[in-house]
Design a protein around this ligand. Structure first.
Ligand code: ZN
Length: 489
């Protein structure tokens, strides 16, 4: 039978164009066409037979039986260099190989044991196509690495696709990441030096393992790449990082964004006095909202209650959200409400209620601050902060912040005074923003990476692997920074 498969699609259909059935080819004898011949990519392996095991742990397995070629070097004793004999015992070995569609495959062969008569050393024949440390072929290892590099599949997905255990996939991934991001040194592996000169850095800490242990990471703010990551949140992390990249590299760095509540800035300035520290403005606003506005509102509420002014206290309680908002935000909210824009659309299908935006946020806010002197001052400080971050020079920024400090001190309120001290004690770092408007806010992206990596079940509790995964994730930027995930209302 001489049948050449045609690429012409028409020929593949059962009827021709005139509607006549195309004669079916008689079936070939099964014995001749039971297998496809696909290239044997395993150098040194001579395939003799292939058996198909149906339903082996739920999968079809193609088992390629064969012989292992012997190389002249196999018989040379690695201990004394003498010539070795073939020992009578052979060991059957199987290695998992590339999957074929939904079926998985293995190669099976006998490994010869050699014996050295001069030094009594015995050894097994090396398998040139076996991956290091695992009972899989190098080809399968390469395929797993390729799947891992796509950053799309979980360890479990790859284990299912390839028929290899999840632990092995993890080992291969860890090795892959070590090759990508670390280098061998005399005392173990260490992270590679940054591939490019960074101009702006950010440093921040994050919680590891449900918050009992902290880790610190340093990123290049332009690329978002994690350059350093270590356990702890002490100055030592900064010293170690500077030693790693070297003082010369640090000379190229202009500014570092960090949080005020840490002592990282001291560590940076001790070693590199030229660095401009920029305190994250998000943290400053957060401090003001959480440590000034929130306690002041509660204290004022309690004061009104004690004075018997239930209505006033209730007003304040209701106003807790609008008190921390910027005027601009409130105006915007009112505008949206007037445009009848829904906060949430209702649905008959799921019995969802329709939420309408309420107009008058700004009026209610104005009522609140006019009733209360302290809240009035808070409003001035809040507007000063907003104005300060619009200035172009540190001097102009300081001038606006000095107004805020004066206002805080005039209030004689302990929370406001605390905030005035905070601003005063960190002034150069705060006004550094006018020169370099950088923020460690981008660092929040790491929390997104952590969640994503945890959800995929990577690495936990192997922190070395976990950190390598974080470094890798920062290079792919696949996880959107959590800031952009935050809802807009
Ligand atoms: Zn020997």
């Amino acid at each position: 039978m001489n049948y050449t498969p045609s690429t012409d699609f028409e020929q593949l259909s059962l009827f021709d164009q005139t509607g006549h059935p195309i004669p079916q080819l008689p079936p070939e004898p099964a014995s001749q066409h039971e297998y496809l011949l696909i290239p044997n990519t395993l150098t040194g392996f001579r395939n003799v037979r292939t058996d198909t095991l149906q339903d082996y742990a739920g999968r079809t397995v193609h088992c390629h039986l064969g012989d292992l070629d012997e190389l002249p070097s196999d018989r040379i004793c690695e201990h004394c260099g003498g010539s070795m004999h073939v020992n009578s015992s052979h060991t059957m070995r199987h290695l998992w190989h590339l999957p074929y569609g939904n079926a998985i495959s293995m190669v099976k062969f006998a490994k010869t044991q050699y014996y050295c008569p001069s030094c009594h050393h015995s050894s097994y024949q090396p398998v040139p196509f076996q991956a290091d440390g695992h009972r899989i072929t190098k080809q399968l290892e390469k395929y797993i690495k390729e799947l891992l590099a796509r950053n799309k599949y979980t360890l479990k997905d790859i284990a299912e696709i390839t028929g290899v255990g999840k632990g092995i996939v993890k080992d291969i991934d860890k090795k892959r990441l070590q090759e990508l991001y670390t280098e061998e040194t005399a005392d173990g592996r260490k992270l590679m030096k940054p591939e490019r000169q960074a101009k702006f850095l950010a440093i921040d800490e994050f919680k590891l393992h449900k918050g009992y242990i902290f880790a610190t990471h340093i990123i290049d703010l332009v690329t978002g790449h994690i350059l350093w990551i270590a356990e702890g949140k002490k100055k030592q992390v900064v010293y170690d990082f500077i030693e790693h990249v070297g003082l010369e590299w640090m000379q190229g760095v202009v500014a570092v964004a960090c949080d005020m509540n840490s002592d990282f800035q001291e560590a940076f300035q001790e070693r590199c006095p030229h660095l401009q520290i920029v305190f994250d403005h998000f943290h400053i606003i957060k401090n003001f909202n959480e440590k000034v506005i929130a306690p002041v509102r509660i204290e004022e509420q309690n004061r009104l209650l004690a004075e018997g002014n239930k209505e006033g206290a209730a007003h304040l309680k209701k106003g807790r959200h609008i008190l921390t908002a910027k005027r601009e935000t409130l105006k915007d909210k009112d505008r949206k409400a007037r445009d009848c824009r829904a906060k949430r659309k209702g649905s008959v299908l799921f019995k969802l209620r329709h939420f309408k935006r309420k107009d008058g946020s700004l009026i209610r806010y104005n009522d609140l601050i006019l009733e209360n002197e302290l809240l009035f001052r808070i409003d001035i400080v809040k507007e000063c902060l907003a104005e300060a971050y619009e200035q172009d020079t540190p001097e102009a920024m300081k001038a606006v912040l000095d107004k805020a400090i004066w206002e805080c001190r005039q209030s004689h309120n302990r929370h406001m005074i605390w905030f005035a001290n905070l601003l005063e004690n960190h002034m150069p770092g705060i006004t550094g923003y006018a020169m370099y408007p950088i923020s460690s806010g981008k660092m929040e992206g790491i929390n997104g990476h952590i969640k994503e990596i945890r959800r995929h079940g990577y690495g936990y509790p192997d922190d070395e692997y976990f950190f390598l995964k974080l470094i890798d994730a920062s290079r792919h930027g696949r996880v959107p920074y959590s800031k952009s995930l935050r809802l807009n209302y």
